[in-house]
Design a protein around this ligand. Structure first.
Ligand code: GDP
Ligand code: IMO
Ligand code: MG
Length: 438
């Protein structure tokens, strides 16, 4: 039986106790907005992968005026009082960014610290990781990934190389500082740069009082919470096609961004996941380099960027824009086990005379259902399109599916049939309230 979520009251019952929110394209699909909306129903909101390369935007009304929040490390449930927000072992944490997010929220009257838990196994990102990220990008020349330069890849490299420093080590400060000095020396020698590590150590000395009480065994916390019947929402970061294994390698991030990453990145067993919601933008965007078969390098691409305000929430870079790509989203549905879809930014398509959907890929004349592993093959892929009539009426005020113009409804229904997965949420604007339940 496909899901149907017509009323907010149905959400929890239909979605179940542990839900993963997955990006299905190349990130920035609008994950933060749905996490914020669902947080009202969930007790614990957890991040399982990535770090401050993520930028999750929430627009809501507080004290009578619209406010915008962009979270890089804090889970997007943090605006909801009484909800526990947890940063899991699969993430990489740049502590100065985290401390700044906590401070800035405090200024806005939100006490994040009292509701935040950080895994003792999460790895830390130091200034040398950021420096290495920059140097590696420079050296790659035309093969530059276009990273966010947040030190993500180098921190995960240290983790895999077994020289990384974990959050829990902060509790034994002398040995933490010693390890930081050793790693910094090692990297400075290898990459030929210099920075003032003592200043960084001083930052940690000062931040210890704030961070130390937040560092716990989060896998154990989640197990206790699960057994006590608490509801857990896992906020994925990035998107399926930025996944280290299944993305468009090497133009990917360095972590597992699919739902399996919730298992390894939090220590929540696979059979505890009840539903996986795929966040699907009504068209496609990508920041950074790498293949993008439905990319538009014409006025329509410009129009999507302008209307969708497609500029990176972390780096401010203009996002590349293109038509909807069903092969990409179907691939994400399979890899994540997506049971329900939130179609976002449908409003951005208002005003297009026609809208196109990439329905199939052909490689050397044969249809392919999956994304090829080789970049050469991916570059050769031919996309088959379907063109549908657009709509001009604003959909910002639509709160029910039946309120949408006929052509918008046709577009949603066509996507649903191509994807063979229920579209239960439809975004009609950036504000928390601008959503249709279906
Ligand atoms: P995330 O990284 O997946 O959380 O997404 P980002 O926050 O990076 O980018 C999504 C952008 O689209 C943000 O600016 C959101 O405020 C905005 N957004 C989310 N849903 C909608 C929607 O349905 N309509 C419009 N117009 N904007 C949306
Ligand atoms: P959210 O969670 C969009 C992209 C970068 C680059 C590649 C590798 O907001 O959807 P990295 O710094 O991770 O080594 O960069 O991945 N990237 C994202 N693109 N949204 C994100 O996160 C991203 N996180 C990383 O642009 O192409
Ligand atoms: Mg983003």
């Amino acid at each position: 039986m496909p899901l149907s979520i017509k009323k907010p009251a149905d959400m929890l019952k239909k979605l179940g106790q542990v839900v993963y929110i997955a990006g299905t394209q190349w990130g920035d699909e609008g994950k933060g907005k749905l996490v914020d909306i669902l947080s009202e129903k969930y007790d614990v909101i957890a991040r399982s992968c990535g770090g401050a390369n993520a930028g999750h935007t929430i627009i809501c009304t507080r004290n009578g005026k619209a406010e915008k929040f962009v979270f890089h490390l804090l889970p997007s449930g943090i605006l909801h009082e009484g909800k526990i927000c947890l940063i899991g072992n699969g993430t990489v944490i740049h502590a100065p960014t985290l401390v700044e997010e906590i401070r800035s929220l405090k200024e806005q009257g939100i006490d994040a610290r009292s509701r935040l838990l950080i895994s003792d196994r999460a790895h830390l990102i130091f200034e040398y990781h950021k420096k290495i990220d920059e140097i590696q990008e420079e050296r790659k020349g035309s093969l530059k990934v276009g990273t966010t330069k947040r030190g993500i890849g180098p921190a995960y490299t240290d983790k895999i190389e077994r020289r990384g420093i974990r959050m829990g080590e902060l509790k034994n400060f002398e040995s933490f500082a010693k390890r930081l000095r050793e790693n910094a020396e090692h990297h400075m020698k290898t990459y030929g740069f210099h920075y003032d590590m003592e200043q960084e150590i001083n930052f940690y000395k000062d931040a210890l009082e704030l961070l130390s009480p937040l560092i716990v065994n989060t896998a154990q916390y989640l197990d206790d919470a699960y057994k006590a019947g608490k509801n857990i929402l896992v906020e994925g970061a990035q998107g399926t096609h930025l996944d280290i294994d299944f993305g468009t390698y090497p133009f990917v991030t360095s972590s597992t961004t699919i739902s399996g990453g919730a298992v390894t990145g939090l220590g929540v067993a696979p059979n505890r996941l009840s539903n996986i919601i795929g966040i699907v933008k009504a068209y496609t965007t990508r920041v950074g380099a790498g293949p993008f078969p439905t990319e538009l390098s014409n006025f329509e691409g410009e129009m999507l960027r302008e209307k969708g305000v497609e500029f990176g929430a972390t780096t401010g870079r203009p996002r590349r824009c293109g038509w909807f790509d069903s092969t990409v989203v179907k691939n994400a549905i399979t890899l994540n086990g997506i049971t329900s879809i939130n179609l976002t930014k449908l409003d951005v398509l208002t005003g297009f005379k026609t809208v196109k959907i990439g329905t199939r890929y052909k490689l050397d004349g044969e249809e392919i259902r999956f994304i090829p592993a080789s970049l050469e093959d991916f570059q050769k892929v031919e996309v088959e399109y379907e063109e549908m009539p657009g709509w001009n009426e604003s959909i910002a005020k639509a709160r029910k599916f039946k309120d949408l113009p006929k052509n918008a409804k046709n577009y949603v229904e066509r996507l649903e049939s191509l994807l063979n997965t229920p579209i239960n949420f439809i975004g009609t604007g950036a504000h928390r309230d601008e959503i249709i339940l279906r």
